[in-house]
Design a protein around this ligand. Structure first.
Ligand code: BGC
Length: 980
């Protein structure tokens, strides 16, 4: 049976081609945002952002296309610090993770062996091993620390692993391990990592600044810096290490180095500045060479909301670069930035993140990054003494151009403007292909929506111009342009100038974001919910641009802590964001105030240089909630170790402010931001007392710090914070809860937070949950803002009000998650009514159409509708809680998650009076599957009674549900289903 299944998978793979990403339509409708004609996205125009297909997981292709049978157990997906073969890391004890592939069920790792060497050949020959762990009896297959000698700068390490597996299932063991149990896998294919520059003294390069006349009040032409150099012989290997103040793009011999954009990324620059490491062996050659870098203003000195408006981190751009060459004869050379470099400006006349780029192709300088270019007319550079102590290697994924979108339509607005509709609110830019005479112009303004008359709407961009200008040089063939140091948030492109008329083929949408690997899928029988999932994922893509931002379009785009905090759990379902958050949390800790207060945005551009600032409840708590979430989802204990001082400092800050009274009310707080509001005289809206919110989050963070202390074995701290938590809860109850269990704020958010954060005594919880459900019944809609929204459905379903939760989810009228979809939304909106039911817009001062915060419902789709949840006692989904809760008129739902251990899948379907639940969990994990509404005796697995099912270790009736414990593998449960 199994073999046939595998072959069918192979055939389907062959039929669908070899691409990693599956082509396909965006699910659900993608009607035009704003009033106007309704237009569906072309089916194959947008790639589905989803994990790689696993059709061939158990096979390997030989050169001739034949399938090579694989061993029953093997080790795959070797990762070092979450990355595949990372280049230039500075983690001194990197953590290694792998996934086990195994046929059969209930497979668990009983031992592993890792070996590491200077190269794959040494591994194969077992020569000069750097480290051999020996056979270690352990189930650990993620985050195994490298245990060899200390690593040096530039060191390249190849490593591989093999495992021994056993069975969790007694039945299986009795059967005598017929195939894979108790045996060693073969050695995995080698993987590698390369160390970066670990000490400031490794940098022989000097910081250089171009000597150019600039006006610090505006965006100046982008400096170009170059140097020609000679290499004395054939090259064995070459590395480039690069960073800058501003943004850089670097070329060697006319070829771009790497495919990353927005380098060196955005960090708390004065404390942490990233450098990138590149393998440039293929770009250099014996003899004459040249290197050239273009610098852009970026976050460093471009426009940024807050502070003086621009030049926030400095007035001048600077470059630091070093190319290290090893010749075939093992001798070395190093080419560095120094006083001998030359500088000039070229075609990029202005480039600003908010405003866009101005490029005059007539000013291009052919061959300036090639040898032989005459730079005698160029100015010089000056050496600057900036510190190299702040340099760090990236831990997160780089920003890249991830996909391309073709526009769906060109329209003429009533105002007579030509507008191109991309069919998707996206983040990135347009690649233009254009023909025309020298001096002709292309001017494109990027906007998110059309207004109710069908004209472009720019007011919500505030002062961001989002406009690219390209002046043609006038060549024979078409000219191709894309900007370098700006990005836009947009669905529509207003063509303000173009020689002639553009056609659909002349514009391509280039989507950029941090290259986070997609890990999650969710789909169900309601197409509108599928569109919601699509919108959540696009909200994440558009706002994961090196830092987690609030929005990508207006003059803001900042790392708002509250938004990041509420969305973190959903983000971890959709993609592998461990490295992304690890990087951002390092900036959070770096920018945290000495008194423990956490700024509102990270990197901190709002209270930079001030001793105080930030400290808003629900925002500052990102310092605690995000590391805890990364720990839960990825089993990352090290992030807790590293962030512990920052987490503690935040809680200690609140405790200090709360003082003897134990009530924290003293700081400005945003409250339940953007909660439901009305113009009704008798009901202004669902405003939750800010003091209540402060105390609730004070408790939440204290609770998580107490748990963190326990995980880290800091018993004394754990006890201290547990005591503090008791006091905070007592004060919460004293101040905000009546003796009958009523909260002083009779809002959904108040009840949802009190229950989600466990702030009420046991005796009062059912009544509080009932009040919450009654409020939902009374209004028939959600009234929560940023803080209540992520928890309300979870609390309702936890307390037995699943119908109310589904009602909120399924509602299509304002306010609801689906209302924006009825208005054609392709991303999550900042406000429940960004476009009001009458077609007018909300307040232009704050009306983003790409804001992920309300997308926090995503976690409920994965964890409750489809049923993939983690067990906090065994993080990283080592033990999976599969507990789908069907409802809301759905007849099916399916979710998958590529966890650290491998793919988890939960799919349920109600058909012909039967429930079928398919569950798959990867080797080295276990699961408790909670089958809803069933009597134990009626359940089958694979058509057999549970007792006969291999891999099922127990089953227990629990109320109306049956809990089945399973080992790894794929299972199909079935039983009769009648609607409640
Ligand atoms: C941002 C939010 C942020 C808020 C703070 C807004 O301008 O866009 O998402 O959390 O300010 O209240």
């Amino acid at each position: 049976m199994r073999t046939i299944g595998v072959w069918l998978a192979v055939l389907s793979f062959l039929a669908h081609g070899h691409g990693l990403c599956m082509g396909g339509s965006s699910s659900g409708g993608s009607d035009q945002e704003g009033p106007g004609t309704k237009e569906k996205a072309a089916p194959d125009r947008i790639k589905v952002w989803q994990p790689a297909q696993e059709d061939l997981r158990m096979q390997e292709r030989a050169a001739g296309g034949a399938i090579v049978p694989q061993p029953a157990v093997r080790v795959q997906d070797l990762r070092c610090e979450y990355k595949t073969d990372p280049m230039g890391i500075d983690v001194l004890r990197p953590r290694l993770s792998w996934r086990i592939e195994a046929s059969g069920r209930a497979v668990t790792q009983s031992a592993y062996q890792v070996r590491a060497a200077g190269g794959p050949n040494d591994l194969a020959n077992e020569e000069g091993l750097l480290w051999d762990s020996g056979k270690v009896s352990s189930e650990q297959s993620i985050h195994v620390e490298y245990g060899g000698p200390d690593l040096r700068s530039r060191q390249v390490v190849s490593w591989q692993v093999r495992v021994w597996v056993g069975s969790q299932d007694a039945k299986r063991t009795r059967l005598g391990d017929p195939d894979n149990h108790g045996n060693a896998s073969p050695w995995s294919r080698p993987a590698s990592w390369a160390m970066g520059l670990l000490s400031p003294s490794d940098w022989k390069a000097q910081w250089i600044e171009p000597i150019l006349k600039e006006d610090p009040k505006v965006s100046n032409p982008c400096p170009m810096l170059r140097k020609a150099f000679m290499l004395k012989g054939p090259v064995r290997s070459a590395r480039a290490y690069v960073t800058c103040h501003g943004l850089y793009e670097i070329q060697i011999n006319g070829q771009r180095v790497g495919d990353q954009v927005f380098t060196p990324g955005w960090t708390a620059y004065d404390k942490r500045l990233q450098y990138q490491s590149y393998d440039v062996t293929g770009l250099v050659r014996a003899g004459d060479n040249a290197v050239g870098a273009t610098l852009g203003d970026g976050w460093f000195r471009g426009r940024l909301m807050g502070g003086p408006g621009r030049n926030l981190y400095g007035n001048t751009l600077a470059l630091l670069a070093q190319i290290e060459v090893t010749y075939e004869d093992a001798t070395c050379d190093v080419i560095v930035t120094d006083a001998t470099w030359k500088a000039a400006t070229g075609p990029i006349l202005a480039s600003d993140i908010y405003d866009g780029e101005t490029y005059d192709a007539r000013l291009e300088t052919q061959g300036w990054t090639q040898p032989g270019f005459d730079d005698s007319g160029w100015s010089g550079v000056k050496v600057a003494g900036y510190s190299k102590d702040v340099l760090v290697a990236p831990v997160g994924p780089p920003v890249r151009c991830i996909e391309e979108i073709r526009p769906i339509k060109i329209l003429k607005t009533p105002a007579g403007q030509t507008v191109v509709d991309m069919g998707q609110n996206m983040v990135g830019w347009i690649r233009v292909k254009v023909k025309g005479p020298a001096g002709a112009e292309v001017v494109l303004q990027h906007v998110e929506v059309l207004d109710k008359t069908g004209n472009v709407y720019v007011a919500n961009l505030r002062t961001a111009k989002q406009t690219d200008r390209y002046t043609l040089k006038g060549s024979d063939g078409p000219e191709v342009f894309e900007p370098h140091f700006t990005f836009h948030g947009f669905r529509y492109v207003a063509v303000q100038a173009w020689p002639g008329e553009p056609s659909l083929d002349d514009l391509t949408g280039v989507v950029i974001h941090s290259d986070i690997t997609p890990t999650g899928t969710f789909e169900c029988s309601n197409p509108m919910l599928n569109q919601l999932q699509h919108n959540i994922q696009w909200g994440q893509k558009g706002n994961f641009l090196d830092v987690p931002t609030d929005c990508p379009q207006r003059n803001e785009r900042l790392g708002w802590t509250g938004d990041a905090q509420v969305f973190a759990r959903t983000a971890c379902f959709n993609a592998d964001v461990a490295g992304f958050y690890t990087k951002w949390l390092a900036d959070l800790a770096a920018d945290q105030k000495a008194n423990g207060a956490v700024p509102h945005v990270i990197p901190d551009v709002l209270s930079r240089g001030q001793a105080t600032g930030g400290a808003s409840a629900g925002w500052a708590d990102a310092a605690v909630v995000v590391p805890w979430t990364v720990y839960l989802c990825y089993g990352d204990r090290r992030i807790l170790e590293r962030e512990y001082p920052s987490m503690k400092a935040w809680v200690d800050y609140m405790a200090g402010r709360a003082g003897e009274r134990g009530l924290w009310t003293q700081d400005y707080t945003y409250g339940d931001w953007l909660a439901f509001a009305t113009n009704r005289s008798d009901y202004p809206g669902a405003t939750t007392d800010k003091d209540l919110i402060c105390q609730a989050y004070f408790a939440r963070s204290t609770d998580l710090v107490q748990r963190t202390a326990a995980v880290l074995g800091k018993t004394e701290d754990a006890r201290r914070y547990a005591d503090l938590l008791k006091r905070i809860k007592a004060v919460f109850q004293r101040e905000f809860v009546t003796s009958n269990g009523r909260l002083v704020s009779n809002t959904q958010t108040a009840y949802a937070l009190a229950l989600a954060f466990d702030l009420l005594p046991d005796s009062q919880r059912p009544a509080a949950a009932k009040r919450l459900a009654q409020d939902v019944d009374r209004f028939k809609h959600i009234t929560t803002g940023f803080l209540g929204t992520p928890v309300i459905c979870q609390v309702l379903s936890d307390y037995g009000y699943l119908d109310q939760a589904y009602m909120l989810l399924n509602r299509k009228d304002y306010p609801s998650w689906l209302y924006p979809i009825t208005r054609g939304a392709t991303t999550i909106w900042e406000r429940w009514d960004g476009i009001k039911p009458d077609g007018s817009f909300q307040d232009e001062g704050m009306n983003s159409f790409n804001h992920y915060a309300y997308g926090a419902i995503g976690q409920w789709l994965y964890a409750v509708v489809a049923g993939i949840e983690l067990d906090p006692q065994q993080p990283a989904y080592r033990h999976v809680l599969v507990q789908p809760q069907p409802g809301g008129g759905l007849s099916s739902a399916v979710a998958s998650l590529d966890s650290m251990y491998g793919r988890i899948r939960s799919a349920w379907q109600i058909k012909d009076g039967r429930m079928q639940i398919d569950v798959a969990i990867p080797p080295n994990t276990t699961a408790a599957v909670t089958l809803p509404h069933v009597q134990e005796g009626t359940v089958t697995e694979g058509g057999q009674p549970l007792s006969k099912s291999e891999g099922v270790t127990s089953s227990t009736q629990k109320g109306e549900a049956v809990v089945v414990r399973i080992g790894s593998g794929s299972y199909r449960f079935g039983y009769p289903w009648s609607e409640k």
